[in-house]
Design a protein around this ligand. Structure first.
Ligand code: NAP
Length: 457
């Protein structure tokens, strides 16, 4: 047999997950000097992961990354097998039987828990559910949100919390011409929410928003942003943090918060208040969420590593709706090790390890490798690094071993009556969504049920 990773004996790599980290790993492989064929597996019939179902509908520029991924998918050495769940329709062992290497890029599909009484009362939701719902993710199509309450509370001060707050704050006219799912726009148009509180456990110098995301709260049609200037007064350690050379990004964010606190204007139908140094300690209500008990926090520790600790001083806020936006969490994949504390697949430089030993042929990239941090572009460098580890390991492979690649996977799926969706078929779904959006002047009207997508093809 000819040498591995040459035209007659290409390297066969399976990538699990079609979000940014999966596509950047694919790009790095296909751009290399080696002959590589990539099989990408995706649980939904639609590719692109959180770029399709996480990025907010009013952030169309961020979604332009999809154009890059679609171009990669046109490469003759790329095959998409969507609507296939790895661990259920096909096992990790079968992927490794059919491919030389497997890269897991399946993201962080679950959420961190607050771990407080009442967390699961009706009316208390994860941000993931809400984001998936307004973005038309089929998993959340039947989830319902009762927006008939006066007050909604968002716990957490990262960009996901900012997205949720903005979607609740905006008027229907501000969202109408985005790719927001129709069912969500209908419910939002009936929203009775007047007050939104975005609550951080630490102070204004430690929030995880980015300045651009905060700027969007300067001028919302229906909603005024409120920040109590007294809450922007910093303890000495936080002052030192903002003076630190390494922390200029955080300084900009603090300046943006100060600017928002200074904005004076006519009162509007809704308000969105950013508030700090508070943690929910109990969610209260007989049948559903009615009130939230908060504890006031103080910061402790040295500058740049301060944490929040409760002061024992509590108060209650009436609220019928709560979103926990405190970070995503990875989910274990059958057949792979999992670090339950961190919610990650244990790895060294992208090589999946168990008891310190590399599991030959298995790699990981993106949020399931490093945790749910960073923006879309962060995944490019991460995936390039994983592919580099994989390339270094090439020499350990036996070139004589015959692998069947995507065809082998397709045969197994067909024998199990799994209806996989190719990239060509996805393009039909894609075009149909764009056509459905046109009369409403929307970039697309997404299909929100898997059966609708499968019926179309
Ligand atoms: P994140 O940025 O990690 O923010 C999580 C927030 O939850 C932090 O304020 C954190 O506070 C807080 N938190 C964590 N545990 C908590 C607890 N037990 N009680 C109260 N608060 C708690 O996570 P994210 O907002 O889910 O975003 C994930 C990643 O996606 C981020 O890198 C984000 O920038 C990115 N993203 C980007 C965009 C965009 O570019 N437009 C949009 C959405 C998401 P502490 O700091 O105290 O831990």
């Amino acid at each position: 047999m000819s040498e591995l990773a040459t035209e007659n004996n290409p390297l066969l790599v399976a990538i699990v997950g079609s979000g940014p980290s999966g596509f950047y790993a694919c790009e790095a492989l296909l751009k290399s000097d080696l002959a590589v064929k990539v099989t990408m597996l995706e649980r939904l019939p639609s590719p692109y992961g959180l770029v399709r179902s996480g990025v907010a509908p009013d952030h169309p520029k961020l979604k332009q990354a999809i154009q890059v991924y679609a171009k990669i998918a046109e490469d003759e050495n790329f095959r998409l097998l969507a609507n296939v769940t790895v661990g259920k329709d096909i096992s990790v062992a079968e992927l490794l039987d059919t491919h030389h290497f497997v890269i897991f890029a399946n993201g962080a599909e679950s959420d961190r828990k607050l771990g407080i009484p009442g967390e699961d009362l009706p009316g208390s939701h994860t941000a993931t559910e809400f984001v998936g719902w307004y973005n038309g993710h089929p998993d959340y199509r039947e989830t319902t949100f009762d927006l008939s309450h006066h007050t909604a509370v968002i716990i957490g001060q990262g960009n996901v919390a900012a997205d949720v707050a903005r979607i609740l704050s905006k008027s229907v006219d501000e969202l109408r011409h985005t790719d927001i799912a129709e069912h969500a726009l209908d419910v939002l148009s009936e929203s009775k929410i007047k007050e939104i509180h975005v609550v951080g456990r630490r102070g204004p110098a430690q929030v995880k928003f980015t300045p651009k995301e905060l700027r969007e709260f300067e001028n919302l049609e229906l909603c005024q942003t409120i920040i109590d200037p007294a809450e922007l007064i910093l303890n000495p350690e936080s002052g030192a943090e903002l003076e630190d050379k390494s922390n200029s990004g955080q300084r900009k964010i603090y300046q943006q918060l100060s600017k928002l606190a200074d904005i004076q204007g006519p009162s509007k139908a809704r308000s969105c208040q950013f508030t700090f140094l508070k943690s929910p300690s109990k969610l209260l209500g007989s049948e559903r969420l009615e009130r939230i008990e908060f504890e006031r926090n103080a910061l402790s520790g040295e500058a740049l590593s301060q944490s929040a600790r409760g002061t024992g001083d509590t108060f209650e806020l009436n609220a019928g709706l709560l979103f926990r936006s405190i970070g995503y969490r990875g989910v274990a994949m059958p057949g792979l090790p999992f670090d339950n504390n961190k919610g990650l697949i244990p790895n060294i430089e992208g090589r999946i390890v168990e008891n310190g030993e590399h599991l030959t042929g298995l790699y990981v990239t993106g949020w399931i490798k490093r945790g749910p941090t960073g923006i879309i572009g962060t995944n490019r460098a991460d995936s390039v690094a994983t592919v580099q580890s994989l390339m270094e390991d090439l020499k350990t492979l036996d070139a004589e071993i015959d692998k069947s690649g995507a065809d082998g996977v397709c045969n197994l799926l067909l024998s199990r009556n799994v209806r996989y969706v190719s990239f060509e078929e996805w393009k039909k779904i894609d075009q149909s969504e764009i056509d459905r959006g046109q009369p409403k002047e929307k970039p697309r009207e997404k299909f929100t049920y898997i059966r609708e997508m499968l019926e179309l093809i």
